[in-house]
Design a protein around this ligand. Structure first.
Ligand code: PEP
Ligand code: MN
Length: 337
């Protein structure tokens, strides 16, 4: 339910309405726009049947939220959500680029890559300590040791960390090291995990599932937000189609589509989308041109020897030249990097 307030609604009137909604057990969100203030109320709408909020002083209109996802929707909150990670804003005018190896391997290597990507203009370091691998015989990640390496790389470079959480049992460790918790594509509908990360205010990078529709993707974000964590970043990372030339098919249209449906920031992972390093740059450019708020790109100093996803990783010099090209694309769409 959206409660649209009259342009001149007083603070006293707003407080009165909010107190009533709270009393009815609804969770509420106040949004002060330039022209209008609205209150979003989520919960069992039936409680409003005997409580005509529309007659409260200061109320102009009461509208139902028609989409199945509520907190995620633009109806609920019209202005873009900007998530602040130690001053790095995701969802604002500046495009943020996260980069780093697929998996955390060795400490020295991680620090070397972190320095290179920072030098090229990346603002957040990625790296998996817990790796969701298709084969149980593949490298599964360094686990806790990997998290310690990430913390060390942050100390050395100042770059905030994004890293994946696969299992709620690891959340305390991950919370200590991560500035953004990544929920991988394979866990997009692991509802228990979504509810777990929803209980903290740590930003969550939610990746689109391998075969998830946009609606399912947004419903998963709703799970996190419904638990109280509104710091959700959505990540398009390619979906499975009949095309087998690329690892997945990057759904570029999802970017403007989601931007229309939701106020949440949308970033793109071109690396896992295409699975081939030479297609990463063109898809990164296309993503920025299509309105993405950021990118997450795999970079490795020695892709041939990488423990995972070397075939889709850029070398630092390739990443650097991509960043230069991206600045020009960003300018063309009135953004900056
Ligand atoms: C990753 O980013 O390390 C990863 C495994 O990506 P995805 O979950 O999108 O496959
Ligand atoms: Mn990878």
């Amino acid at each position: 339910m959206i409660i649209v307030l009259k342009p001149g609604a007083t603070q006293q009137e707003i407080d009165h309405i909010m107190a009533k909604l709270k009393e009815l057990g609804l969770s509420i969100h106040l949004s002060r726009g330039k022209e209008r203030t609205i209150i979003g109320a989520i919960g069992d709408d039936r409680v409003l049947q005997n409580q005509p909020i529309s007659i409260f002083p200061g109320v102009e209109n009461v509208l139902p939220i028609l989409s199945p996802y509520k907190l995620v929707s633009r109806e609920f909150k019209n202005e873009d959500t900007v998530i602040d990670i130690d001053g790095i804003k995701i969802g604002g005018k500046k495009i943020q680029v996260m980069a780093g190896p697929c998996a955390v391997e060795k400490l020295d290597l991680l620090i070397e890559i972190a320095r290179e990507i920072k030098d090229a203009g990346a603002t957040i370091l990625r790296g998996g300590a817990f790796k969701p691998r298709t084969s149980p015989y593949s490298f599964q990640g360094l686990g806790e040791e990997g998290l310690l390496y990430l913390a060390e790389a942050k100390k050395k470079t100042g770059l905030p960390i994004v890293t994946e959480l696969m299992d709620p049992r690891d959340i305390d460790q991950v919370l200590k090291c991560a500035d953004i918790i990544q929920i991988g594509a394979r866990n997009m509908q692991n509802f228990r995990l979504l509810k777990e990360v929803g209980q903290y205010d740590k930003p969550v990078l939610l990746k689109r599932g391998l075969a998830a529709t946009i609606k399912e993707f947004l419903m998963s974000a709703e799970y996190i937000m419904s638990m109280g964590n509104h710091n959700v970043i959505l990540c398009e990372r390619g979906i499975r189609t009949f095309e087998s030339h690329t690892r997945n098919t990057l759904d570029l249209s999802a970017i403007p589509a989601i931007k229309k449906l939701s106020h949440l920031p949308v970033i793109v992972d071109p690396s896992h989308a295409v699975g081939k390093w030479d297609l990463v740059a063109p898809m990164s450019k296309a993503a920025i041109a299509a309105g993405a708020d950021g990118l997450i790109i795999e970079v490795h100093s020695n892709p041939e020897e990488a423990y995972s996803d070397g075939e889709e990783s850029l070398r630092p010099d390739q990443f650097k030249s991509l960043m230069t090209d991206l600045r020009r694309i960003a300018l063309a769409v009135d953004r900056e990097i």
